[in-house]
Design a protein around this ligand. Structure first.
Ligand code: NAI
Ligand SMILES: O=C1[C@H](O)[C@H](O)[C@@H](O)[C@H](O)[C@H]1O
Length: 335
């Protein structure tokens, strides 16, 4: 079967890692064109990978040179390119979040339903991480009883340009999606509190933040976001069950004995922490596109995550506990 010809919009940090993995590691597809608002930089990326640089992302998406689309622009511009892909009837992988606003996610859902075929996958890659899959297998086994509490940490070394809404709506959106997937249920309430703010936070950013979620069955979750921790990239998830406690595995880095000490390096950023998850996610997406289906996180998952994030943002801004209300999932999205 012919290779899937992919057009990628957004040749920034993660966009380039996705070109690298699709063209040099994975099977069955090639990124053959790219576009970006920064046209000159886009041309330099296109030259590096010997692919076509397009002045317009929409023109690239509409072209018969492209079979499928990857969107890796900044969050506010996801919608325009996802919509262009739906209009062209092409499969589209959109990095998380689907869109910063729940209304925009709903517009995408409605456009996809009107097109009559699921085309959209959202880049919630932690569902593909072997570590999170070990947690899910252990929970689903029932060996340890029911989950009661989850204690999570999502720390970045730094996060240039972050504003106070982004720890929830851009960063902890990962936990919002993966924990819903892990536990197999939606949330009921959200709350966000501010510990003491680090002097390393830019401008008005409140950092760290702690988000508290309760699920429909009463599981209590706390997620700490610290996007300027200044020691590395640190993601943890502890699931406390009735008869056992499950911890997300950390990368097995060698311990180094030096200078009268023992040192075990940790990751510096997302690209080092989850390389396998990204590769499994994209190989699965390529295979599904070639078989004419979407089997990853859908536009409805993207919408549900953003509804949750917006409830958490309301809780943060009002310093209150907010009850979360979800629309019923349309049959269109039921597996
Ligand atoms: N799944 C994951 O773990 C991660 C996901 N992401 C997501 O990937 C996306 C990109 O993030 P980064 O690569 O870190 O950002 P970046 O800032 O490195 O790259 C964004 C690119 O988008 C381009 N751009 C901005 N507006 C545009 C427009 N209107 N049309 C076309 N191009 C435009 C910029 O010129 C830039 O090249 C974000 O949505 C982010 O949430 C980022 C890091 C990790
Ligand atoms: O998706 C990501 C990364 O996974 C980081 O952990 C987040 O903090 C970052 O904001 C986001 O783009």
């Amino acid at each position: 079967m012919e290779e899937l010809k992919i057009g990628l919009v957004g040749t920034g940090a993660i966009g380039r890692t996705h070109i690298e993995r699709i063209n040099n590691t994975l099977q069955g597809a090639k990124v053959v064109g790219c576009a970006d608002a920064n046209v000159d930089f886009c041309k330099s990326v296109a030259e590096k990978y010997a692919i076509k640089a397009w002045e317009s992302g929409e023109e690239m998406i509409a072209s018969d040179e492209i079979d499928a689309v990857v969107v890796t622009t900044l969050d506010p511009f996801h919608e325009q390119y996802v919509m262009a892909a739906i209009k062209a009837g092409k499969y589209v992988f959109c990095e998380k979040p689907l869109a910063p606003e729940a209304d925009a996610c709903k517009r995408i859902v409605e456009a996809e339903m009107a097109a009559g075929k699921q085309l959209v996958q959202v880049g919630f890659m932690r569902r593909y991480d072997p570590g999170y899959n070990q947690l899910k297998k252990a929970i689903d086994s029932g060996k340890y009883g029911l989950p009661l509490m989850l204690h999570c940490v999502h720390r970045n070394y730094d996060a240039p340009g972050f504003t106070t809404s982004m720890p929830v709506e851009n960063s902890m959106i990962h936990e919002i999606d993966v924990l819903r997937w892990l536990l197999g249920e939606n949330y009921k309430t959200a709350e966000v509190v501010f510990p003491k703010t680090t002097r390393n936070a830019e401008g008005e950013l409140r950092d760290p933040q702690i988000m508290y979620l309760t699920t429909e069955s009463g599981v209590r979750i706390d997620v700490e976001s610290f996007v300027n921790c200044r020691y590395g990239y640190d993601v943890r998830c502890e699931v406390v069950c009735e008869e056992g406690c499950l911890n997300l595995p950390e990368p097995a880095n060698a311990m180094i004995r030096t200078n009268d000490s023992r040192v075990t390096p940790i990751c510096h950023d997302w690209s080092e922490r989850f390389p396998e998850a990204y590769n499994i996610e994209f190989q699965s997406w390529i295979n599904a596109c070639k078989e004419g289906r979407v089997d990853g996180p859908s536009a409805w998952d993207g919408y549900t995550a953003q509804v949750t994030a917006k409830a958490a943002s309301k809780a943060r801004d009002t310093q209150s506990v907010v009850e979360i209300k979800y629309d019923a999932m349309p049959d269109f999205y039921k597996k």
